[in-house]
Design a protein around this ligand. Structure first.
Ligand SMILES: NC(=O)c1ccc[n+]([C@@H]2O[C@H](COP(=O)([O-])OP(=O)(O)OC[C@H]3O[C@@H](n4cnc5c(N)ncnc54)[C@H](OP(=O)(O)O)[C@@H]3O)[C@@H](O)[C@H]2O)c1
Length: 310
């Protein structure tokens, strides 16, 4: 494992801490799981494919025989799966210390849908995440027990104009737009939660602190659903110009386990144009704040409509 010194210097002993990571079987989520298991945390890998998760967990245990890892089924594109996941989590643990919201896709099809009228990428990356957060915050919010939630965003969010929910649900002209809008929406959810803004769906969050990281650009499986030639070419090009998933995961691990970070912290890679490098703290971009309360209010109403329609 690389970066042992960095991890030892920045992250304390996490023995006894329960850290849940969504999409932990691959890429950035997998590397963050390795780092945090190395510091002694009990890791819950929340994954939609438990076969893949088992192989990934075995890799971590192979290099660290003391690692404690649990696997739970979790599909962020299904409200029923999210409800089931929270139930299983409650049965296993009376409380958890950190939730890392890492699962995400870059759908290879512009037309793929999670539900009728809801595109798969925005549905999985953001609407599913919103639903998870709404359902899980009462369980996370335990008096006297500080709990952290770490969101994983993307550099692509910088490149989208601020739009209403209705606009981003109906104007999905490119795959990039769908992905970037889903990440911009995560940024706005992070801001509203961290800033303590009043939001009907999130009354219980006094003991939770919120963090956001965009990991730059890294070569992972995020493009594995694309045609093989495209995915291979993409991975080859990315490997030359950008950092490896372990370096990209350093900031996520830091926000989950470092003692010196505080609510509302926003981290990015420190290199050229924030594409790669070790993590550094940055001021959250002001333009993403504007109108985020109204945006999240609209999301809450939209999610309720989806639930009624199911
Ligand atoms: N790679 C980059 O350059 C980059 C840049 C910025 C942000 N990010 C973000 O970093 C996060 C991790 O991505 P990655 O690059 O590490 O890609 P990755 O290797 O493909 O990992 C994504 C993880 O999310 C899981 N996932 C996908 N759809 C899911 C669903 N419906 N329910 C539950 N889990 C689901 C995947 O599971 P399967 O293995 O079953 O597909 C996988 O475990 C994502 O949020 C991504 O948007 C990545």
């Amino acid at each position: 494992m690389r970066f042992k010194q960095y991890i030892n210097e920045n992250i304390g002993d996490l023995t006894g801490q329960v850290i849940v990571i969504t999409g932990a079987n691959s890429g950035i989520g997998f590397e963050a799981s390795r780092f945090l298991a190395y510091r002694g945390a009990t890791i819950v890998m929340a994954c939609r494919n438990l076969e893949k998760a088992k192989i990934s967990a075995e890799k971590i245990i192979e290099e660290n025989s003391g690692a404690i890892i649990h696997l739970l089924p979790y599909d962020q594109s299904s409200f029923a799966s999210i409800d089931n996941f929270i139930e299983l989590l409650k049965q296993k643990f009376t409380r958890i210390n950190v939730l890392i919201c890492n699962a995400g896709i870059y759908s290879p099809s512009r037309h793929a849908e999670m539900l009728p009228g809801l595109k798969l990428t925005i549905g999985t990356n953001f609407i599913g995440l919103y639903y998870l957060m709404r359902q899980i915050t009462p369980y996370l919010d335990v008096k006297g027990v500080p709990t952290r939630v770490v969101f994983v965003s993307s550099l692509s969010a910088y490149h989208q104009p601020i739009r209403s929910l209705n606009y981003i649900l109906t104007h999905n002209n490119s795959l990039f737009q769908q992905y970037a809008n889903s990440k911009l929406a995560i940024n706005r959810l992070f801001h509203v939660l961290a800033a303590g803004m009043n939001l009907h769906d999130f009354q219980d969050r006094k003991n939770i602190s919120f963090y956001l990281m965009h990991p730059g650009v890294t070569s992972t499986n995020i493009i594995h659903n694309f045609p093989k030639w495209f995915a291979d070419l993409g991975r080859f090009v990315l490997r030359i110009f950008v950092h490896h998933a372990d370096k990209a995961a350093l900031g996520i691990a830091l926000l989950a386990g470092a003692p010196h970070v505080f609510n509302g912290s926003y981290y990015v890679p420190r290199g050229f144009c924030e594409i790669s490098g070790k993590p550094i703290k940055k001021t959250f971009p002001k333009r993403m704040i504007k109108g985020s309360g109204q945006f999240l209010y609209d999301v809450g109403k939209f999610v309720k409509q989806l639930e009624k329609g199911q």
